[in-house]
Write a protein that binds this ligand. Structure first.
Ligand code: NAD
Length: 416
């Protein structure tokens, strides 16, 4: 069992090492794939509306680009340090390879708490950051997308800032507003995809989705759409949360109504309805069949993994489970559907949007959703088949498939 003192990047590389052993990856390739290709750290001074100045630090890490342009989100969060961004960039490499979209892996972030910042302040900060990384991004080089505390508006600002130097370039970012080349379906794609993957898992294991009880931690882009799609497919969503608290109703919550309330600016605990208010810790440890962490990193850890009552954990967030917690869950017979598979709907949707932008041809939402589900079904089936044939976990299988593809591409390109 590992200790909890691993950095996020070390933890992801622990997952890497487990999978690399399964495919007998050679040490030289492992050294290439457990380090990053390029890392940028830029100063982001922001003049606040009251005239004061904050000087934030922003990062863009490009992990591996053997299979295509670097691809990954940008998050605004106080914990968005270099180690975390490295970890998330490497997860993107394994994810894009696993679901077979022609991208590599990257991630970016600004270490800042954006809550309370005005739209004008956020726009100034985003533009400054975009100018700081403009020389290493591009529609065939590195394509950012939204992540925690960033959204379609943020991407519109990045697109405009980049366009000031390069001309109209919608394919520079994905997750854009519809009116600027965004794809119908992309906003919901990550959360919808989480449930597509859960449905594939249910079908393969004979689990009945109707009536399955689900708890979702985090009610932002990913968590809210995951909760709504779970309910649409007949699951009973019994608990949801955001950073301010959680609510629970064993008879099932009206997640559409909660989503409408939250979209209007309220907290989850302020939603109307018949529910009890609980803590986020109680949500994670509460009774449910399926637990969907859709908020932050390291939410399931040594201190609470033994309390999880769910039979299946579907990782909608990136790196929500530490290696120690993962060991505990596996020992307890709890199935973990790993982040690189469970939340890959986001990057698949981004690939569709990018392809539409490059071709200047818009798809209908029905096609988007059908192709999304299809790609996830194929990735789930490959992962489950590998796990069965190698007697390993879904996480080890998904990493192994991704690593093998990236190693093959890296070798073909002559990286070593
Ligand atoms: P978001 O900013 O839209 O939402 C985050 C949610 O988590 C909010 O409801 C916030 O209140 C809640 N939260 C924050 N701290 C919390 C805490 N301590 N306890 C409970 N809830 C808390 O972010 P998002 O885009 O939904 O991303 C969530 C996760 O999904 C991240 O790990 C992100 O990397 C991952 N992800 C996002 C996408 C995407 O397309 N947006 C794609 C793949 C993976």
């Amino acid at each position: 069992m590992t200790t909890e003192r691993l950095s996020a990047f070390e933890a992801v590389n622990r997952y890497f090492a487990d999978a690399a052993r399964l495919i007998e990856l050679d040490d030289d390739m492992a050294r290439i794939l457990t380090t990053t290709y390029r890392e940028i750290s830029v100063q982001v001074p922001v003049r606040l509306d009251d005239g004061s100045l904050i000087v934030a630090q922003g990062y863009r890490v490009q992990h591996n680009g053997a299979r295509g342009p670097y691809k990954g989100g940008i998050r605004y969060h106080p914990d968005a340090g270099l180690e975390e961004v490295r970890a998330l960039a490497s997860l993107m490499t394994w994810k894009t390879a696993l679901v077979d979209v022609p991208f590599g892996g990257a991630k970016g972030g600004i270490a800042i708490d954006p809550s309370g910042m005005s739209q004008a302040e956020l726009q100034r900060m985003t533009r400054r950051f975009a100018h700081g990384i403009a020389h290493v991004i591009g529609p065939y080089r590195d394509i950012p997308a939204p992540d925690m505390n960033t959204n379609a508006q943020t991407m519109a600002w990045v697109m405009d800032a980049y366009g000031q130097g390069h001309g109209y370039t919608p394919a520079i970012v994905t997750g854009k507003p519809l009116g600027l080349g965004g794809a119908p379906g992309r906003e919901a794609a990550t959360g919808r995809g989480v449930i597509d993957v859960l449905a594939a898992h249910a079908e393969r294991t004979g689990m009945e989705l109707a009536g399955t009880t689900v708890a979702v931690q985090g009610f932002g882009n990913v968590g809210s759409f995951a909760a709504m799609h779970a309910a649409q497919r007949g699951c009973k969503v019994v608990a949801v949360s955001d950073q301010w608290g959680a609510i629970r109703n064993d008879a099932g919550l009206d997640v559409d109504a909660i989503a409408t309330t939250v979209k209007a600016g309220a907290k989850v605990v302020e939603a109307d309805g018949d529910h009890e208010v609980i803590t986020n810790d109680e949500l994670l440890a509460g009774p449910c069949d399926v637990l969907i962490p859709a908020a932050l990193d390291e939410q399931l850890h040594q201190g609470n993994a033994a309390d999880v009552q769910a039979r299946v954990v579907v990782e909608a967030a990136n790196y929500p489970t530490t290696p120690t917690a993962d060991d505990i869950l596996v020992d307890r017979g709890i199935v973990v559907v790993p982040d690189v598979l469970a939340n890959a709907g986001g990057v698949i949707g981004s690939y569709f949007e990018w392809a539409m932008n490059v071709q200047q041809f818009q798809w209908k939402e029905e096609r988007f959703n059908a192709e999304l589900a299809d790609k996830l079904r194929v990735a789930y089936a490959a992962t489950a088949a590998f796990a069965e044939s190698h007697s390993c976990t879904l996480r080890q299988a998904s990493f192994a498939i991704g690593i093998q593809r990236v190693a093959d591409a890296s070798r073909l390109r002559g990286y070593i």
